[in-house]
Design a protein around this ligand. Structure first.
Ligand code: AMP
Length: 280
């Protein structure tokens, strides 16, 4: 497995593979890899001749009061895991390699980023779109893999790729959970023992919503209210949002029918966690 830090190195390797007629899969990550990331890498490994994993904690997608400085990092562990999973190349640039001093171009989007996470993180999706567009341009993969855990991000990237005619197939991968249901996240490491237990209200609320929908409930308010009550029963939990939205436009819906997304962001203490379920 190669490990490279410069745009030039990853680009020339990827070009070489393409010249040999090999397919390339890209898994973009911010590092501190866990089993959720591993599921994306395994899928990329199964579906491509060559697999590139990018590890880049992208400063542009963090707001000034967010956790860029404290975001967990462990390149040695990430490298070992990528190697074990059969990745061919890790791209781990320094911020200055992605954004030079004169950098001033951005990929921005209307409508989809206006709800859910975009509401409380106003610069986030501009940063995500810009870095993902750059990574897709640098690697020029045939396939790129993203997790359903960040469902709004996945919808936004699908929209961006369609809008900008980027020649890549985007694949969404299911949420990987801990044994007790908590969606895996690099940020779970911030949780104290007590908070870790309290964080189960997110996946429990997801299960509740799914069960109500399976019983035939399609009115968003009737799905969301019991979910909200359950989350609010946990004193350490504070809801940032809990909403049902159209699965493509990310706009609020009152009646839940496919494609739809029921998504939440909940603070457990100071840690903001996401969970969701989709209706396909
Ligand atoms: P991150 O490093 O948090 O930016 O995540 C990199 C990619 O892994 C994104 O596409 C995430 O949606 C995906 N991912 C993160 N956690 C999970 C999970 N628990 N299950 C599936 N995919 C995940």
């Amino acid at each position: 497995m190669q490990s490279v830090k410069t745009v030039q190195d990853v680009r020339s390797q990827s070009k070489e593979w393409k010249k040999q007629g090999l397919s390339v899969g890209l898994v973009p990550t911010m590092g501190y890899l866990h089993a959720g990331h591993a599921s994306l890498i395994r899928r990329a490994r199964a579906e491509n001749d060559r697999v590139v994993v990018s590890i880049f904690c992208n400063p542009m997608q963090f707001g000034p009061a967010e956790d860029l400085a404290s975001y967990p990092r462990d390149l040695a562990h990430d490298s070992a895991l990528c190697q074990e999973l059969g990745a061919d190349l890790i791209f781990h640039p320094e911020p200055s390699a992605m954004y030079d001093a004169a950098f001033c171009s951005f990929v921005d989007m209307n409508i989809l980023p206006a709800t859910l996470c975009g509401k409380s993180r106003p610069v986030h999706f501009r940063g995500v779109c810009t870095v993902v567009a750059k990574l897709l341009n640098i690697v020029q993969p045939d396939n790129a893999y993203f997790g359903q855990k960040d469902a709004q991000q996945l919808a936004i990237i699908r929209r961006m790729v369609a809008d900008l005619n980027i020649d890549v197939t985007i694949h969404g991968c299911p949420i990987v959970r801990e044994h007790d249901g908590l969606a895996m996240s690099s940020r779970n490491t911030y949780l104290s023992g007590e908070e870790r237990q309290a964080a189960l209200v997110l996946s429990q609320a997801v299960q509740l919503g799914q069960a109500l929908f399976a019983q035939g409930e399609t009115r968003a308010a009737n799905l969301l209210e019991p979910m909200r009550k359950h989350i609010e029963s946990q004193p350490l939990a504070r809801i940032d949002y809990l909403q049902a939205v159209d699965g493509l436009t990310m706009q609020p819906i009152s009646s839940v029918c496919a494609p739809a997304l029921v998504a939440m962001a909940v603070y457990i203490g100071k840690t903001r966690l996401l969970d969701n379920f989709i209706i396909e």
